[in-house]
Design a binder for this molecule. Structure first.
Ligand code: SER
Length: 317
């Protein structure tokens, strides 16, 4: 087992809960942290601490106390919550990141992971096969904060020598922990409602194509990026990172193959313009070339796996 000590912030979130468990299979010391109390899965399998990323001294104490040498900084506010509370999103996403970047630099942390997003792109970006390097004019506070975050990460790499690595995640789909406050969350909720109620009212229009990814691919890709040799990493802002792209109607059709009487209705809300400003599909050829990225799940394989697992969870509940 690798003897590095890893700190994960925002470990109670959709990505964090699964990433912590995956990291604990490889690393002996993985400290999960969050603003809120940890779930049993996080606190029983290893160290869990309460940590507010806005409180720099607490962060620094933790890094020193545990001799942390890798940080996965996941704590953030997502797009839909960010539009409702821009001040909070800016403070957590920006000040939280600056604190982490400084604490990592001051304590000679070896590697930092920063989750970026497709929301760094905006309405003026080419929407199909969005390239790694292109026009970026995000128009959500979430996107603006993550784009600025990418620039800070690149700056800390260039000027302070911090080994920062980052992925522009698409919508993440998982059954272990639900998403919260994002525009792509429909693609998680739809599965739970399909199994429980056989119907779902979608907050995006039926033909809204967005980039998505199944959690096992996201976890594998994240760890693969973080374990790649430093000289292979040519992007220090955020790598384009693609799984599969689809619209709500495509996902509904796929679910119907297993649940034939599933019915979907559409009631687009304030999240529709957010989705309309984002890419439909992503060109991740730089990630493929630099560290051999390749997703394993398409919409069909992901849908089958989601439904099997949610049904299994419901039957034991
Ligand atoms: N899933 C995120 C959101 O919808 C995008 O990165 O906000």
């Amino acid at each position: 087992m690798n003897s590095d000590t890893i700190l994960v912030t925002g470990a109670g979130g959709q990505l964090g809960t699964e990433l912590v468990l995956a990291l604990r299979k490889i690393y002996r010391h993985v400290i999960a942290s969050d603003l809120k109390d940890g779930s049993p899965a996080l606190s029983e399998g290893g160290e869990f601490i309460r940590l507010d990323v806005l409180y720099k001294n607490g962060l620094a104490d933790c890094v020193k106390r545990f001799n942390v040498n890798q940080v996965y900084h996941l704590a953030a506010i997502l797009s839909a919550t960010g539009e409702k509370n821009p001040e909070l999103a800016w403070r957590i996403n920006m000040k939280g990141l600056r604190n982490v970047l400084d604490v990592c630099t001051e304590n000679k942390v070896k590697k930092l992971f920063f989750p970026s997003t497709i929301a760094v792109f905006g309405p003026t970006t080419p929407r199909v096969n969005t390239p790694q390097y292109t026009v970026m004019e995000p128009n959500t506070i979430y996107g603006i904060s993550k784009q600025a975050g990418e620039r800070w990460c690149d700056w800390y790499f260039q000027k302070r020598g911090l080994d920062v690595r980052s992925l522009r995640y698409p919508g993440l789909i998982s059954y272990k922990t639900k998403a919260g406050g994002g525009t792509t969350d429909y693609a998680v909720d739809i599965f739970f409602e399909a199994v429980e109620k056989k119907k779902y009212e979608c907050f995006l229009k039926e033909d809204t194509v967005l980039p998505m990814m199944y959690m096992p691919d996201a976890i594998r890709g994240t760890i693969q990026l973080m374990e790649a040799p430093a000289d292979k990493i040519t992007v220090r802002s955020g790598y384009n990172f693609a799984g599969c792209s689809f619209a709500p109607k495509d996902l509904a059709a796929e679910i119907k193959k297993t649940i034939p009487d599933f019915a979907i209705t559409y009631a687009p809300d304030f999240r529709q313009p957010i989705a309309d400003s984002w890419p439909q599909s992503i060109d991740d050829s730089v990630a493929q070339k630099d560290w051999n990225w390749k997703p394993e799940f398409d919409i069909a394989k992901m849908t089958k796996d989601m439904l099997v697992n949610i049904e299994a969870m419901q039957s034991v509940a």
